[in-house]
Design a protein around this ligand. Structure first.
Ligand code: ZN
Length: 146
């Protein structure tokens, strides 16, 4: 029977025998193409981090760290690496263009917002001035013309 306590004691026993670094290698021997370590090949092969950190946006291969062999997929060829890197550069360039556009839009928005605030403040000053003149006229006994 293996309950949680037994499993924990077993893990601690194994850890004490082989040391923390070696234990991690034994416990998570399968390394996907982005470098994440897994217990099972199928989990390594479907690594989500590979979408961001691996060439081509997907896991290309899984190696067994104990033997150094590829156990799933295959290593990319030089041409594939060059192709993935070119696509990556292109995507990065598009991203930088988008960023520059959004920055320009942000500056344009700030400028329009400042103009709107200025116009609003001017309208408020003029309204206050009108109220003051009307109050002055009323206190002086002048009848409004309209
Ligand atoms: Zn990965």
């Amino acid at each position: 029977m293996t309950d949680v306590t037994t499993r924990y004691v077993t893990v601690l026993g194994t850890l004490a025998e082989v040391g923390p670094r070696q234990y991690a290698e034994v416990e998570y021997p399968y390394v996907c193409s982005c470098g994440e370590q897994y217990r099972e090949v199928e989990y390594a092969a479907t690594c989500r981090k590979c979408r961001t950190y691996s060439l081509g946006g997907r896991c290309l291969y899984v190696t067994d760290e104990r033997t150094g062999e590829v156990v799933w997929g295959r290593m990319p060829t030089q041409d594939e690496v060059a192709e993935y890197e070119a696509a990556d550069r292109e995507e990065r360039e598009e991203w930088l263009n988008e960023l520059a556009y959004l920055k320009g839009e942000g500056e344009r928005y700030e400028r329009l917002e400042a103009e709107r605030r200025e116009a609003e403040a001017k309208a408020e000053r003029e309204l206050l001035e009108d109220i003051l003149y009307l109050t002055q006229d009323e206190l002086s006994g002048v009848r409004p013309r309209c």
